[in-house]
Design a protein around this ligand. Structure first.
Ligand code: BMA
Length: 319
């Protein structure tokens, strides 16, 4: 707690793209109330976003948008890629907030997304090789669970999942392990909420973990409930490469949060909710795609080495 007056300005780590918001419901090819919280991945040289689209019944589905430069000229598909199936109990109230990783060992993409129904939110897994056909694998863990992503590779021969169950009303980030993507165990709390801090009410993983030489870089959202609603801001953590349940550092400051009108005005004001990243290994540019105010998709850009340097300089005791 000795860095209340830290001098480095954390507000400059991410730069908002000048053309924000990049995707809005008014430009959708079909009627939509909100377009937000997208999964992101490079596919055939293009940036692919799997966007959460809320329809006018208040239920969400997931639709693909592609762009050559990742910023402009988004080609939005006319039909959802993943829409709730009437025969699946867990999908009755819609599909939300996908995260995407490329699983090298299986040569396919894994999409973890939230299924909503009267049972509460749960995380389901779908696999695709081409973003044309998709195979649902069902629920990964019981409700209530959200904000989940696989790591992009096995660690010590096990798949690893970060997720956010709510247990006894507490919303901490957990980590779990599986030999086969089906049976999960070795569950433990990874990043707890910090009473009193900006991330005191809830925390949840943002985009998938990013492998760096120094550790797995984690971008997460932290929530504080205020008199006029919830504020969703963004923090960083760094996990040990081989033992990812060990936290090397956790930022004491938030590094990104609602500031500009398209983040402060919308269906849920005061929300910045990152769910997708695309990293350019050569230029070191990290593009963070996020939902703003539960209404639009926006983009913020950082340098990955600067993020790692920043987190390594955060004091150890804030874990
Ligand atoms: C969370 C999720 C997100 C949403 C956020 C802010 O609980 O449901 O989909 O963006 O709340 O409303």
């Amino acid at each position: 707690m000795n860095d209340y007056f830290e001098h480095k300005n954390t507000n400059t780590l991410f730069q908002r793209y000048k053309g924000n918001p990049i995707l809005i419901p008014a430009r959708w090819p079909y009627l939509a109330n909100a377009t937000f919280n997208p999964g992101a991945i490079k596919h055939h040289g293009e940036s692919l976003l799997l966007v959460r689209v809320e329809n006018m019944c208040g239920f969400s589905h997931l639709t693909i948008a592609r762009s050559k430069d990742g910023k402009t000229n988004w080609q939005i598909e006319e039909k959802p890629f993943l829409a709730p199936k009437s025969t699946l109990e867990e999908e009755q109230w819609g599909l939300e907030d996908p995260r995407i990783v490329w699983l090298e060992d299986r040569q396919e993409y894994a999409i973890t997304y939230v299924c909503f129904s009267k049972d509460g939110p749960t995380v389901s897994l779908a696999l695709t090789k081409d973003f044309e056909t998709v195979e649902r694998q069902g629920r990964m863990l019981p409700p209530e669970d959200k904000d989940a992503s696989l790591f992009p590779r096995k660690i010590n021969d096990r798949y690893v999942l970060i997720h956010r169950p709510i247990i006894r009303g507490e919303a901490h980030i957990w980590i779990s392990f599986s030999p086969d993507l089906k049976y999960w165990g070795d569950h433990r709390i990874l990043l707890p909420v910090r009473p009193g801090w900006w991330d005191c009410s809830k925390v949840g993983l943002g985009p998938p973990p990013i492998e760096t030489r120094e550790g797995w870089l984690i971008i997460y959202h932290g929530v504080r409930t205020t008199a006029s609603g919830s504020l969703y801001r963004v923090g960083l953590a760094l996990l040990d490469l081989d033992e990812p349940w060990k936290i090397i550092r956790r930022s004491s400051h938030w590094v990104f949060g609602p500031q500009v009108p398209y983040e402060r005005v919308g269906d849920v004001p005061g929300v910045t909710f990152p769910t997708g990243i695309i990293v350019n290994e050569e230029s070191r540019e990290l593009r963070m795609y996020y939902g703003a105010a539960d209404s639009n998709v926006s983009l913020a850009i950082a340098n990955i080495d600067e993020l790692v340097e920043y987190i390594l300089n955060c004091p150890e005791e804030n874990q």
